[in-house]
Design a protein around this ligand. Structure first.
Ligand code: GTP
Ligand code: SPV
Ligand code: MN
Length: 641
């Protein structure tokens, strides 16, 4: 342990001097850097660390190097403290149970700070509550941080995580430094991002994304921990300051609230950078698809949280001869190159995937990916040292099951074994179908963009936009049933434009204009589609088998992106539909294809009305006229059904 810095404090504990080399003793409190060398860091990073250290007052600082040894030592310490336990059935896999009050993203406590509210969210129609994000004024942000952060890391270690979003050194990649007092977050960030001290050199004196995270449980504890999971659920706050490229998150250790590279950086701050620099940061999977004749294309797809991105990205096509490979399962950063092709990278390095519903039948590749080096959170455990969740197997596992709530569980139990938002966190490189180009520095070329959601009624299996502008409208009009990925209860159909509603870093109206502006002469614009795997029949069962069978829909999309697909469409009021035989149904069994493609007039009249109300209420004066025009065109087409 090196005692290199001295924090000088007056007896009344007013902080006077921070980060100065120790030259005197007396009432000084030492600043311990237990790993890494603060002096070797670029000066702006060192000042960032010292400023936050002074605020949070950790006992010591550990500058992470991302090494295997560092990871092992963190996991061992956590195990010793009962924060995680090993899962001997697999190789280097770990199990964490959270405080049941900290299980998902907290959208209501997630805010963006800009000088004016209008930069962050459109001004809703008078009397209407805005639902397109939460704004916090710079003054309120300062107060909120002042209420939460002083001394919040007392007794704990502040970890400094240098991380890259995208391959280190890639042309589309960006860098960040996260400070956190959670070892679980360090271990998870090591899977989800690329942690390396090279990032310090790459940042140098350039701007970087500054991330500060605390679970908000200084030692000694004021109340006992639940499941040894530190958090401060009643005071959670996840803040973003785009002008300062700064993220400050307090009170939660879970997922998007604490792994700040993911939604906070790659989407919220990312979308503001993309807006400024002329590219797109989107809540999209990226997959490569190869036809039986060996032709390969890449597709990006935006579905809301827990609506099928991971599953589509890793799918095993049931159609003979087709191959799907995974570039990413959650986030895409996309930029037009000098040749006018849209190129995409996956800024992440791992998957933080929904566990329930993942089985050898639905998503074998996800299961194979998480057999080693994986942290499972809030799934159920089995007495043979394995994991369990709803929809994992046809039959319940051997041995006994203990639920995520640490209660004995049987198939007779009324509560679920796993929390519906329980997740696996595993390295992308372990995916058996990872794409050979998944770390390509300049990204992969995108030929099609798909939007989709959970629509139990009225929305066909697939349709295609008439053109880019119509496609932007389709993204803007997206709706989906709510899921357990955030705090929403029940199964209401929510508006979730571009699957980005919880993740916009700036005014959605400006975002729409940005998408419209992408369409420029000389660019090869990807075709835009909408899919719905979740339509239900009279019996309330899914009409479409989904998962690997979705390859039948991908085949049509694939063909539509080249001239061989010219004759495979018919026009409908909502967009192009496949001609009756264009979707290969051989070997599919009993599926009501007519029902899956029906466009009920009443439903679509209601739908256009709901979209109109949403645009008027929520986007109001910031709705680009071209999007308003698309809506009125849709309405007149639907009226003629
Ligand atoms: P986030 O990680 O929250 O962004 O979610 P995601 O979009 O990656 O969703 P994911 O692929 O994890 O799927 C969520 C749930 O939907 C899982 O329980 C899946 O089993 C289920 N699901 C995925 N694809 C299909 C499908 O084609 N049909 C049906 N019926 N369910 C599906
Ligand atoms: C989502 O909610 O879309 C996720 C999970 O991918 S989280 O990392 O918690 O945001
Ligand atoms: Mn997601």
């Amino acid at each position: 342990v090196k005692f290199r810095y001295i924090r000088l404090t007056k007896p009344n504990s007013l902080l006077l001097n921070v980060g100065r080399k120790a030259t005197s003793i007396g009432f000084a409190r030492s600043l311990k850097v237990v790993h890494g060398d603060l002096d070797k860091l670029p000066s702006q990073i060192k000042s960032f660390i010292l400023e936050k250290e002074k605020l949070c007052l950790p006992d010591e600082i550990h500058i992470c190097d991302g090494s295997e040894n560092e990871n092992k030592s963190l996991l061992t310490q956590m195990q010793k403290d009962g924060e995680i336990k090993p899962l001997p059935k697999y190789d280097n896999c770990w199990y964490a149970r959270t405080d049941p009050k900290d299980v998902a993203r907290v959208e209501s406590k997630t805010v963006i700070t800009t000088p004016t509210e209008r930069e962050t969210i459109p001004k809703p129609r008078p009397g209407v509550k805005g639902t397109l994000g939460h704004w916090m004024s710079p003054d309120d942000l300062e107060t909120a941080i002042g209420d939460r952060f002083p001394g919040c890391m007392k007794g704990r270690t502040m970890y400094v995580i240098p991380f890259s979003m995208g391959p280190v050194g890639g042309s589309i990649s960006k860098y960040g430094v996260q400070l956190t007092d959670s070892r679980y977050v360090v271990a998870s960030m090591r899977v989800m991002t690329r942690i390396t001290p090279k990032v310090f050199d790459l940042i140098g004196e350039d701007t970087f994304v500054k991330c500060l995270h605390s679970v908000g449980c200084p030692l000694p504890l004021k109340a006992p921990l639940v499941n040894n999971w530190p958090c401060d659920p009643s005071r959670v706050l996840v803040t973003h300051n785009p002008a300062k490229t700064e993220i400050v998150s307090y009170g939660s250790g879970y997922g998007g609230n604490s792994l700040l590279g993911k939604k906070c950086f790659a989407l919220r701050i990312g979308s503001t950078i993309a807006h400024r620099e002329g590219w797109l940061a989107e809540h999209m999977l990226i997959l490569g698809i190869t036809s039986p004749s060996g032709e390969k294309k890449y597709i990006a797809a935006a579905f809301p949280s827990a609506c099928g991105k991971t599953n589509l990205a890793m799918m095993e096509p049931t159609l003979p001869g087709w191959k799907v490979e995974c570039v990413g399962d959650d986030i895409a950063w996309m930029k037009f190159d000098t040749e006018g092709r849209l190129r995409a990278i996956n800024p992440e390095n791992g998957f933080f995937g929904v566990a329930p519903g993942t089985s050898m039948k639905t998503n074998p590749n996800a299961l194979k990916t998480c057999m080693s080096n994986t942290v499972f959170t809030n799934v159920a455990e089995t007495s043979d040292g394995g994991v369990y969740w709803e929809g994992m197997d046809e039959t319940p596992p051997n041995g006994t099951v203990t639920s995520w709530l640490n209660e004995p569980w049987t198939t007779e139990s009324t509560k679920p074994a796993a929390h519906p938002n329980s997740r696996f966190c595993c390295p992308a490189s372990q995916c058996p179908t990872i794409d050979p180009n998944w770390e390509s520095h300049d990204g992969v070329p995108i030929d099609a963009i798909i939007f989709g959601g959970r629509r139990p009624k009225g929305v066909p299996l697939v349709y295609e936009s008439f053109n880019w502008q119509h496609g932007v409208f389709i993204g803007a009009a997206m709706r989906s049933e709510s899921t357990a990925a955030a705090e929403h209860k029940g199964k209401a159909i929510m508006h979730d434009p571009f699957a980005m509603r919880p993740f916009f870093g700036y005014n959605f109206g400006h975002y729409l204009q940005h998408w419209l502006n992408m369409d420029q002469a000389g660019r090869n614009m990807p075709k835009i589609f909408h899919v719905n795997w979740f339509r239900k029949g009279e019996d309330n069962k899914f009409m479409w088998p989904g998962f690997g069978e979705n390859s039948r829909v991908l085949e049509w999309i694939f063909k539509r992106t080249s001239s061989e697909g010219n004759n495979l469409v018919r026009e409908s009021p909502i967009g192009y539909l496949p001609t009756p035989d264009a979707i290969n149904t051989s070997g599919l069994g009993e599926v009501d294809m007519n029902g899956l493609f029906s466009i009920p007039k009443d439903f679509w009249l209601d739908e256009t009305e709901a979209i109109r109300k949403y645009f008027d209420d929520q986007v109001n004066d910031d709705l680009p006229p071209k999007v308003a025009q698309e809506l009125s065109d849709l309405k007149s087409r639907v009226q003629k059904i």
